[in-house]
Design a protein around this ligand. Structure first.
Ligand SMILES: [Zn+2]
Length: 287
């Protein structure tokens, strides 16, 4: 019995699958079906259809508003003001962005109990907006939708920070302890968040399917997690528009439009069968 009821890609139109072959998309559906504990690992590619610019694309707005490295941010108030100015310029470009088809598919897999955790390199907050419970989301590079004090971690909202930066022409500091306030992202040159790295490691080692979605897998140490999963016996799938350095390690590689593939898989499950049964027969993926 399939836990994607009515799933029948034989009837799918090739145009519905972008560049991924029908077999590859069917294989991914089967692997998701068979998995007990899936972990998704997402990068910028899942958010591009939502209008969030990809840092790595050649014409990216990130090139015009390049983030300030962390040591420079700490070094002077002038640099902090400039860092905030660039952040707000980027935020304005994708203000109002909504979760896309890939986010929606993952939210359904989380709700069905299939996906235990979602590890993301993205800072756009769209996974939370799609309805995935915060405790299932591991943000390796932080979150750009709010700010916090670097000393005491007091949270601050961006609209208030913007009023200080643009109104007073100064960088905000913490009203509780006087510390420097910064967007809650992990900047270049800033240490990785240890708690999140540990959570990601635990989730990776517990999963039997590790699905990379929209990451070029060139940023370290984030790119170590797919390798860790594979070496631990999980099935590794990479769904990305372009080749990645880990493609040769993967059990299945789909170079295709993320929204097209995930939407098709989920839609075929919805159209014909209603809810997903929780007691589907399982086939062990690895000894
Ligand atoms: Zn503080």
């Amino acid at each position: 019995m399939s836990c994607l009821p009515g799933f029948d890609l034989d009837r799918a139109e090739p145009s519905e699958m972008g560049m991924a072959g029908q077999n590859d998309t069917r294989d991914l559906a089967a692997l998701i079906d068979q998995a007990d504990q899936m972990v998704a690992f997402t990068g910028a590619g899942i958010s591009t259809e939502c209008g969030v610019p990809d840092f790595r694309s050649p014409d990216s707005a990130w090139k015009r508003h390049a983030p300030i490295p962390f040591p420079d941010f700490l070094a002077s108030e002038a640099m902090r003001v400039e860092a905030w100015r660039r952040k707000f310029a980027m935020d304005d470009l994708y203000a109002g962005a909504q979760p896309g088809r890939g986010h929606a598919a993952l939210a359904r897999l989380a709700a069905a109990g299939k996906m235990t955790h979602l590890i993301t390199q993205n800072i756009d907050g769209l996974h939370q907006a799609s309805g995935i419970a915060p405790e299932r989301i591991i943000e390796l590079h932080g979150n750009g939708t709010y700010a916090h004090c670097l000393e005491c971690r007091q949270r601050y909202e961006l609209f208030a920070m913007r009023a200080i930066v643009e109104g007073d022409q100064r960088a905000p500091s913490c009203t509780a302890c006087g510390g420097i306030v910064k967007s809650a992202t992990i900047s270049f040159g800033q240490s990785m968040p240890q708690v999140e790295m540990q959570r990601a490691r635990r989730a990776t080692l517990a999963c039997d399917l590790f699905l990379v979605i929209g990451s070029s897998l060139v940023v370290h140490p984030a790119a170590a997690f797919p390798v860790m999963a594979k070496e631990n016996g999980a099935v590794l799938v990479i769904l990305n528009k372009d080749p990645t350095p880990l493609d040769s390690l993967a059990d299945l590689v789909l170079r295709a439009d993320i929204g097209d593939v995930l939407d098709l898989i989920m839609r075929k499950g919805v159209d014909d069968g209603g809810s997903r049964p929780q007691d589907a027969e399982k086939t062990p993926l690895s000894p």
